[in-house]
Design a protein around this ligand. Structure first.
Ligand code: ADP
Ligand code: ZN
Ligand code: ZN
Length: 742
């Protein structure tokens, strides 16, 4: 037998299949997905690789084929079906096969099992009592007395409990075991991340929820595993609906994967899932230790898990019989990987669902243009939830023009209206959330006389002002001292403009000394658990105002929040990015959705310098449909996704001249490829951030209605750059339908 092997190096040049013979001794062990040792090259030095196929034929001269040297059993073998998925990902997103294989492997190494030792009596109670009374006669046998007494009280005790509560050491237990008085047992325990359940409401489904569930179940039970988009306003009960759908699927003997955007959501969502599925739920996220992650996957393989919840990597959970994949908040940018292969969880989930015969459910209050468009083409079925589940009404939204505010002499970051409303909330003992698009004490620092802006010497971005007069680069961490005079012209009118979370916190403390204020941004959530702590304490009413960045807008449900202030709403409109209107609409809608989740009506104030922008206007009117129509028309006119497909080819190198030349030649090559005029070519351009950590960057875009045409171009470019020496020092990445850019 022969094995097709992909060797484990990141070099694009070696990214092809090599054949080896499977020696007699390894016939039983080597499977698709196994990691093996193989002799390689002239010197036959041993390297490792993955088996991607096994055949009994070969195209090579059989005597020239080398033998596999050994199998790496400590490494985890990849599930066979995951190899096929990796091949699909390589084809669709580019990059090496090895990179794709590693992406679909949730756990790479075997971790040591964790064990727990416990002790119980090995003799009858009478014998134990007799022995204990005997031992009491001796002064130096106190520890043994304590041990026997404890085990008479409790049938079984862990070594840890015996040590912590009874001061009995393992050596004492060992001695008792040698005497035949005590039995010691060792049990494998699974490292479970800490979870706790929260009483989920088991009130009857709303009629909208029931209708959506019925559509899904009718298809599912008929054996039609389709794809759905739940477009449900914030608070319409989407999560509740996911729970019901998953429960049905599990009842029928299948398993489900539940994707949530990022760690941010685990606190509330996981608790709801845990109360429903208990020990049959597994969770995976980046905060788990390797051991914990390994154990979660072991439980999956042992068939002990029905539901896996986690961020995009949870997609690669090797379930036996997958019935459903749910993607909550499907519009979130964290579903797109920013490393090769740059896949989108929505597309990969679709592919997995197709091959496994599973259903796919996406949900959002502000669906991506991609998902909503797919409903129009019939790829997904649209399910709508148009009312809040808890009878609450959508909040009233007001837009405040900050230019007017300045004209009337208000120089504060907070408009008169917002200040007034906060004061009212404090008096009524209701809570306020203030959301800002930025972190840090203030944004970039510039000179109002000559226009000088402080920039990072390593990255092409402006520095942000922090406390203690420090200027910090958010890309590489570079820091320098802020000067009181402009280094260019000596003017003293140099300073920061845009406000950040810290500045607002200080302002609030001054304006409302009695208010209890919490702040959530990257600085206050660095420590493990800090995030949950802040949310929990706000949820328990320990603060009146919560200030935060993007982090606070997602999915948290606080009935006592009746006011949401959105500061610098238009910040996300700047930056040259074809998705900026969409992102702004989503942010504003989600943030506004935090208000009035309980009985009391909510109010939202959006502060902006561009009140006329359609994404701001339509978010204030809660009008997704109109927003979608206008934005889609724009994408269509410009030929941007999802109207057409876009491939970004990112080139980076520490040598600028080399990069310049490489980008130019690559553009010429793509032109040559395009004889039939299947696509448009843009660039090479300098991206928004032209340099990161002293590495220069360029980008070329290819646009086409046909995804397949872009895949074809990608394959040719990969071949061209891998044989051409000029590209040795240029790193090339492909990004299909990028999350940002242009
Ligand atoms: P979404 O995920 O759409 O934001 P959730 O599922 O979190 O909505 O529901 C919002 C709130 O409504 C939650 O407090 C939830 O407990 C409640 N809720 C959901 N479904 C119902 C229902 N059928 N009856 C009463 N309350 C419900
Ligand atoms: Zn100046
Ligand atoms: Zn920098």
């Amino acid at each position: 037998m022969f094995a097709d092997i992909i060797i484990d190096v990141t070099s694009g040049k070696l990214d092809r299949i090599f054949q080896y013979r499977i020696p007699e001794a390894l016939q039983e062990k080597v499977k698709i997905g196994s990691r093996v040792q193989i002799p390689f090259g002239k010197g036959n030095h041993e390297i490792s690789g993955y088996v991607v196929d096994i055949t009994d034929k070969t195209d090579y001269e059989p005597t020239k084929i080398k033998d596999i040297a050994g199998i790496l059993e400590k490494d985890i073998a990849l599930e066979g079906k995951m190899v096929a998925l990796a091949a699909w990902m390589k084809e669709h997103y580019g990059g090496t096969f090895v990179a794709a294989l590693k992406t679909v492997m949730p756990i790479k190494k075997r971790e040591n099992n964790k064990e727990e030792k416990s002790a119980s009596l090995a003799v009858s109670r009478e014998e134990a009592v007799a022995k204990l009374e005997h031992l009491l006669l001796y002064k130096n046998q106190k520890a043994r007395v304590r041990a026997l007494a404890a085990l008479l009280d409790h049938e079984r005790l862990s070594f840890k409990a015996l040590k912590d509560e009874y001061q009995v050491t393992p050596s004492v237990l060992k001695a008792l075991a040698d005497q035949g008085l005590v039995k010691i047992e060792t049990k494998r325990i699974f490292r479970l991340p800490q979870m706790s359940g929260e009483e989920g409401s088991d009130e009857a489904l709303t009629s909208e929820q029931q209708k959506a569930l019925d559509v899904f179940l009718e298809d599912y039970r008929r054996g039609e595993q389709k794809s759905y988009l739940i477009h449900g306003i914030t608070g319409s009960g989407k999560t509740r609906l996911y729970l019901e759908m998953i429960e049905e699927v599990v009842k029928e003997g299948s398993q489900a994967i539940m994707l949530i955007p990022e760690i941010a959501l685990t606190y509330q969502t996981v608790r709801r899932f845990y109360s429903r599925f208990g020990e049959r739920l597994a969770i995976i996220n980046s905060r788990l230790s390797l051991g914990e992650r390994f154990d979660q996957m072991e439980r999956v393989k042992n068939g002990e898990v029905d539901v896996m919840i986690g961020p995009r990597s949870a997609l690669f959970t090797p379930f036996e019989k997958l019935g459903l994949i749910v993607i909550d908040e499907e519009h979130e940018s964290s579903y797109k990987s920013e490393q090769m292969p740059r896949y989108h969880a929505r597309e990969v989930a679709w592919q997995i669902a197709e091959t496994e015969g599973a259903a796919l459910v996406l949900g959002s209050a502000t669906p991506s243009l991609e998902a909503y468009h797919a409903c129009e083409t019939g790829k997904y079925t649209l399910l709508k939830l148009e009312n809040r589940a808890t009878k609450g009404l959508l909040p009233e939204v007001r837009i405040v023009d900050m230019k007017e505010e300045l004209k009337e002499g208000n120089r504060s970051i907070l408009s008169e209206d917002l200040q007034e409303q906060i004061r009212e909330r404090l008096a009524r003992k209701e809570q306020t959330m203030l959301f800002i698009n930025r972190r840090g004490y203030a944004g970039f620092v510039s000179c109002r006389e000559c226009g000088f802006v402080y920039k990072c010497p390593h990255c092409d971005v402006s520095l942000a002002a922090h406390k203690n007069n420090r200027l910090v680069c958010h890309y590489c961490g570079y820091e320098t001292q802020n000067q009181s005079l402009c280094p260019e012209c000596g003017s003293k009118y140099i300073g920061g403009f845009k406000a950040g979370t810290q500045q607002i916190e200080e302002l609030l403390k001054k304006e409302y000394p009695e208010a209890r204020v919490l702040r959530m941004d990257r600085d206050t959530t660095r420590e493990k658990g800090a995030f949950e702590k802040i949310l929990k304490s706000f949820g328990e009413g320990e603060a009146d105002i919560l200030i935060g960045t993007q982090m606070i807008v997602k999915g948290h449900d606080y009935p006592n929040v009746t006011l949401v202030g959105i500061l610098a709403a238009d910040m996300s409109l700047y930056g040259n990015d074809y998705r900026s209107s969409e992102r702004t609409f989503q942010l504003l809608t989600q943030a506004a959705g935090r208000a009035g989740r309980g009985e009391k009506k909510g109010e939202v104030i959006i502060q902006t310098y561009t009140p006329e922008h359609f994404s701001i206007q339509l978010a204030a009117n809660h009008d997704y449909e109109e927003f979608y129509q206008r934005e889609y028309a724009f994408r269509e006119m410009m030929g941007y996704p999802p109207a057409e497909h876009l491939l970004a080819i990112l080139l980076s190198s520490p040598e600028e001249e080399l990069l310049e030349r490489g980008a130019k030649y690559l553009k010429d090559f793509t032109k040559l490829l395009n004889k039939e005029n299947l696509y448009g070519i843009i660039g090479p351009a300098t991206p928004y951030v032209a340099k990161i950590k002293d590495v220069y960057r360029r980008v070329i875009y290819i646009k086409s209605e046909e995804y397949q045409a872009l895949i074809h171009a990608k394959d040719k470019i990969e071949a061209y750059t891998s044989i051409n020496r000029g590209y040795n020092k240029i790193y090339i990445q492909f990004d299909f339908d990028p999350a940002q850019g242009i």
